[in-house]
Design a binder for this molecule. Structure first.
Ligand SMILES: Nc1ncnc2c1ncn2[C@@H]1O[C@H](COP(=O)(O)OP(=O)(O)OP(=O)(O)O)[C@@H](O)[C@H]1O
Length: 451
């Protein structure tokens, strides 16, 4: 005998027990033993625990991958919206067949990534292989990606300062989780506004983590897509293929500055990779240039920025659309964090743990920054013994000692092991270099492993 409820569950393909009466719960196991569909049920439950979706379920969820269900076309393939039999909305990513990855390898990677669960990370609910098709099934995130809200619509004002601050904090938490708390340390490698999805409450969720492992390009399909996105990549990664968690910190810093200013950091050229940050900093400096006391040409930019910072004028880089809602102390904190994160020297960038901690502090408790160092002095400072309160944070543009811009924040940068600056992720995942000796971990030598 099958209860009305179990009939419904079966029809919906659900495995989650629905509330039942006390009596029903007691007799349920006995009833099920007499159910001839028991084996099917067990199989289905086992399949779901393994996170395997049948192709047929995904076909009907997406109405046979109907173009009207297409959410977009990413570098790895098209993404479709679907609804599972149990009513859950999903985003199904159909990996393009340029991936050279074998089925078993894909399944192993997907299984591993499906264990990555965090509020600020788009959860991978499962996967599917069917012939040559490889599909990934993600939770559906209702709002658009951050880049669409910030740059591609007139919706910028919909996310006020409070929301932007929460988005910054959420991304920091998600990244901290990926770097230090996930089952395996995951270096995302492609943190950008387009990979931050926003749910209906504007909670940010980091998308596309682990793609380098799920989508391995054929040598004939060299596609730098997997390696990251122009404008967000850390200079040491762009120029030398050196990958560490600090590459993600750099990209995070770019996103933070974009969120604060509402301006996209896009003017990046592969021929002049070290211009990334310069191009970013220029508009900021020009925004600040109207301050009569500190004309742009008066001296090194970092000193100018420091003076402006000391004068409490950091707010002037803020998106005018949201100026009214802004908390100046929080804006200042975020500008500092953004600028610390995009420092040229990866060792100087704070670890995500330190950033997440700074963001949860009451702004009034933040240490006062000291005068910025001059270009070239930062290594000297570090040699003189980093400590918990050591003053670091000299900011320099990638690949160049010119154009330093920023302030000193008493912080631990993750290059040492003082409180708040521990870098277990770094130690779990040594810095790797594309094309260097350590790239032997990547049999194709094209890019570093991401975790
Ligand atoms: N889990 C999801 N929920 C809702 N929409 C999603 C989800 N994942 C992806 N999308 C949407 O699907 C589209 C394609 O996403 P995808 O991540 O594949 O590529 P992209 O971010 O647009 O580009 P790229 O691959 O270059 O990063 C985007 O519009 C994205 O917002």
């Amino acid at each position: 005998m099958v209860t009305k409820h179990s009939q419904k569950s079966s029809r919906l393909g659900m495995t989650k027990p629905k509330p039942m009466s006390f009596f029903q719960n007691i007799i349920k196991p006995f009833k099920r033993t007499s159910n001839s569909g028991l084996e099917d049920d067990i199989e289905r439950i086992a399949a779901l625990e393994q996170k395997v979706f049948s192709f047929q379920v995904l076909v009907s969820a997406t109405k046979d991958f109907n173009p009207t269900h297409k959410l977009g076309q990413g570098g790895f393939g098209p993404v479709f919206k679907g609804r599972l039999p149990d009513g859950r909305d999903v985003a199904v990513k159909k990996l393009s067949q340029a991936s050279r990855q074998g089925k078993n390898e894909f399944v192993n990677e997907a299984k591993l990534l499906a264990k990555v669960q965090h509020r600020n990370v788009v959860n991978l609910w499962g996967y599917c292989t069917h012939g040559d098709d490889k599909l990934l099934v993600y939770e559906y995130v209702a709002n658009e990606s951050l880049d669409k809200v910030l740059f591609k619509s007139n919706r910028r004002s919909e996310i006020d300062w409070k929301q932007r601050f929460e988005i910054i904090t959420g991304i920091a938490r998600g990244l901290l989780y990926l770097h230090e708390d996930a089952p395996n340390c995951i270096i995302h490698r492609d943190i950008k506004a387009g990979n931050i999805l926003l749910d209906e409450k504007w909670v940010p969720k980091i998308a596309d983590f682990g793609m380098a492992r799920l989508y391995q390009e054929d040598a004939t399909h060299v596609n730098t897509r997997v390696a990251g996105t122009n404008g967000y990549m850390a200079p040491e990664y762009v120029m030398h293929g050196v990958l560490s968690v600090k590459a993600d910190v750099f990209s995070f810093g770019v996103v933070v500055l974009e969120l604060i200013s509402g301006q996209k950091n896009s003017s990046f050229s592969m021929r002049h990779p070290d211009q990334t940050l310069l191009d970013w900093v220029k508009p900021l400096v020009s925004l600040l240039s109207h301050v009569p006391l500190f004309p742009v040409r008066a001296g090194p930019k970092h000193r100018l920025a420091y003076k402006l910072y000391k004068k409490g004028r950091t707010n002037e880089i803020l998106d005018t659309e949201i100026a009214a809602s802004a908390d100046p102390e929080q804006v200042r904190l975020c500008v500092q964090i953004g600028l610390l994160s995009v420092q040229g020297d990866p060792h100087q960038r704070p670890a995500m743990r330190r950033i997440a901690m700074l963001l949860t502090r009451k702004p009034g408790h933040l240490e006062e920054p000291e005068r910025p160092g001059v270009p070239g002095s930062r290594y000297g400072r570090r040699r003189h013994g980093p400590s918990v309160t050591s003053s670091v944070g000299t900011l320099s543009t990638p690949g160049s000692s010119a154009g330093s811009f920023g302030s000193n924040l008493k912080t631990n940068t993750g290059s040492n092991t003082g409180s708040g600056g521990v870098t277990p992720a770094s130690s779990r995942t040594p810095t790797r270099s594309v094309g260097g000796a350590s790239s032997s971990s990547d049999p194709h030598g094209k890019r570093p492993m991401s975790y």
